[in-house]
Design a protein around this ligand. Structure first.
Ligand code: NAG
Ligand code: NAG
Ligand code: NAG
Ligand code: NAG
Ligand code: NAG
Ligand code: NAG
Length: 603
């Protein structure tokens, strides 16, 4: 009995060995993929906080903040000693290039070894060679420890996924922690530009091997592994694309430009609005609807010019509400989109909820003498600064986003002025999807605070010093640099407390102080952090899960448990460049069989 079992085992092992050759190919592809990601992420500051980039002191390049912070004195020693050492950025790009050339080549194991060095020797990379550290060769060399570690890491990562899927969290955790040590060692070696030694590699290679062995032993059959690897490789490719999209001027422009299908929808709806005087009569009647000011109902506000986006927000909110008829949506848009948005919300029913659409151009109180931001937005110098972005090849792309020229974006600071009779509202960005009943938000105790928001300093270290110029005494004398940041996108505002604390006046004050843009550069969050300082109540993070517009790695369980998911980032769900995994969560709230949506999708 025992004998036959062991024969059986040998046969299985043999079969597995054969499959391992195939797997070897997969690993090789995956590791090349990983190198691409590694290369790209060192070029661009995407991904986790640990990979955040900083300007390398004394060098004309960028480096990982983590690498600097781990060992600043070593860094400066290197800077003095080894001026030739390649910057992270160059290493990244040459590595990246090598990997792309490599990926294009044959996937056959045998031919590969010969091909490894070919790209290095080709004339195309001549330019990189002078500054390339040996680490590049090192990580590609078949015998190097760096490469061994790299390949083990890929395998280990695949097993982390498998282990998680099988709910073996302990193993997943052990593997992850070893992967992190590996990454640390690799980046250390890349920084100092010398190969990883046997002594350094041995403990890691050893412990990783035994963990991987353990994972294999835990009945994870090899077919599962290969399937997981395949999807992993696809994810890596998607991620490589994503890094490009997020970091280039093209990505920014693509995210900001109105896609053709949305433009088409706008035109069809606007012409409906103009041709249909009945609609205009109905819209006018609805202006005085008592439900709009009834504080026994639940009020939401959305400021946007994107009809599909607003529709998905409203639809997802009512679809998940216990009592949709008690919900009131207050939409403010601009003059260009007003007709289209009115037409859409008059023609479609949203479970009996009440919907108001206003045109920002009708707000006569929001004028230059009242609002400093309006004055700034109309200042030609200011406009040039923010719209010159496309001419600026590498610089402060994200600081110079034309989106910040939009007054709609700043309307969040005027909510009590827009709705003078309301006591509490929930503010929703147009790039969110609601997945739960939100009415409990209205009965949360805000402890006298104005703004209920999720904090963002827990895992991402988003503290005040990240957003504001603390070299400026105006800031450093009044604010704690370590104060925890929070997010706009899903906020509950107590408008009575807001008026008591004069938050809008605070906002005006800070916006005026920042006339020369030395306090902050970007958007509405920094003035929000200043205006709501000490007036923000932290909410449970499951109320609002962020990052679906840039982060490929959000845990599925976190997304499922979220009351609101937020596609902040460039990869909006209505764009072609949306992240595939998250797009259906938004799409299911758009009526795909609506004739206009269909016509415009194909045009
Ligand atoms: C690698 O390092 C050695 C010794 O430091 C040096 O002689 C050699 O030129 C380097 N190779 C490359 C390609 O930079
Ligand atoms: C500008 O706004 C202020 C208050 O918001 C208002 O009193 C004033 O009448 C407005 N001016 C114009 C020309 O509408
Ligand atoms: C808000 O402004 C009013 C009048 O402008 C002032 O009386 C009040 O003290 C201010 N409240 C706070 C908290 O600054
Ligand atoms: C930060 O504030 C200081 C002091 O006002 C100023 O000199 C500096 O230029 C500011 N930094 C930026 C990036 O604007
Ligand atoms: C609202 O969402 C539902 C799915 O929950 C969908 O069937 C419906 O078509 C959507 N309505 C509109 C107007 O997009
Ligand atoms: C989708 O739109 C079409 C056309 O307006 C409508 O007949 C249909 O009922 C809508 N479907 C849903 C689920 O709202």
């Amino acid at each position: 009995m025992n004998g036959s079992k062991s024969v059986q085992k040998q046969v299985t092992e043999k079969k597995e060995n054969e499959e391992w050759i195939g797997l070897g190919t997969a690993i090789a592809v995956a590791s090349a993929g990983a190198l691409i990601v590694w290369g790209l992420s060192s070029l661009f500051s995407s991904g986790s906080d640990a990979d955040k980039m900083m300007k390398a002191p004394g060098r004309d390049s960028y480096m990982r903040r983590r690498d600097f912070e781990n060992h600043p004195s070593g860094y400066f020693r290197d800077l003095r000693g080894n001026r030739k050492m390649c910057s992270d950025r160059l290493c990244g790009s040459s590595l990246c290039f090598l990997c792309f050339s490599y990926l294009r080549g044959s996937l056959k194991m045998r031919r590969r070894a010969a091909e490894y060095r070919r790209p290095v020797e080709s004339a195309e990379v001549e330019d990189f060679r002078h500054e390339k550290s040996n680490f590049t060769e090192e990580i590609l060399s078949v015998t190097s420890f760096a490469r061994q570690l790299g390949e083990q890491m890929i395998l280990a990562k695949a097993y982390v996924i498998i282990a998680k899927e099988h709910n073996n969290l302990q193993l997943a955790w052990e593997l992850s922690s070893k992967i992190r040590s590996c990454q640390l060692l690799l980046s250390k070696a890349a920084m100092r530009g010398t190969p990883i030694t046997l002594d350094e590699a041995q403990p890691l290679v050893g412990s990783l091997s035994s963990l991987i062995y353990k994972a294999q032993d835990a009945h994870y059959d090899i077919a599962t592994t290969i399937m997981t690897m395949k999807s992993h490789i696809q994810a890596l490719e998607e991620r490589a694309n994503a890094a490009t999209v997020q970091s280039t001027a093209f990505g920014q422009l693509a995210a900001e430009a109105l896609p053709k299908n949305l433009h088409c929808l706008n035109i069809k709806l606007t012409s409906d609005w103009l041709r249909n005087p009945m609609m205009q009569v109905v819209a006018k009647e609805k202006k005085n609807y008592p439900r709009l000011v009834d504080n026994n109902l639940y009020h939401f506000c959305i400021f946007s010019d994107n009809v599909l986006a607003i529709s998905a927000v409203v639809n997802s909110t009512v679809s998940n509400a216990d009592h949709p008829k008690q919900l009131v949506f207050h939409i403010v848009t601009n003059g260009v989109s007003y007709g289209a948005i009115q037409a859409w919300f008059l023609a479609n029913d949203f479970k009996g909820s009440t919907i108001e659409v206003q045109n920002i151009e009708d707000f006569s109180w929001l004028n230059i003498s009242y609002s400093p931001v309006l004055k700034q937005l109309q200042d030609p110098e200011y406009r040039t600064y923010y719209s010159e972005a496309s001419q600026d090849p590498k610089g402060e792309m994200k600081f110079r986003n034309p989106k910040y020229l939009s007054l709609l974006n700043h309307l969040r600071f005027y909510i009590p002025e827009i709705y003078p009779f309301l006591e509490k509202v929930v503010f929703l960005d147009d790039d969110v999807v609601v997945q739960k009943d939100l009415t409990p938000l209205f009965s949360l105790d805000l402890h006298g605070n104005v703004n209920g928001a999720v904090e963002t300093c827990l895992e991402a270290f988003h503290r005040y010093y990240k957003y504001l110029n603390f070299s400026n005494p105006v800031i450093s004398s009044k604010f704690d640099p370590q104060a925890c940041g929070w997010a706009f996108g899903m906020n509950v505002f107590d408008l009575i407390e807001w008026k008591k604390a004069n938050v809008t006046a605070q906002y005006h004050f800070w916006q005026q102080q920042n006339g020369d843009r030395t306090l902050w550069k970007l958007g509405t969050l920094p003035p929000g952090l200043l205006s709501f300082y000490g007036l923000t109540e932290p909410l449970d993070r499951r109320w609002h899960v962020l990052g679906l517009g840039y982060d490929m790695n959000i845990d599925n369980r976190l997304i499922e448990s979220a009351a609101v998911i937020h596609y902040n980032g460039n990869m909006k769900p209505w764009l072609k460049l949306a992240i595939g995994r998250y797009k259906p969560l938004w799409e299911r709230y758009v009526n795909q069989s609506h004739p206009y949506v269909q016509d415009c999708a194909t045009s």
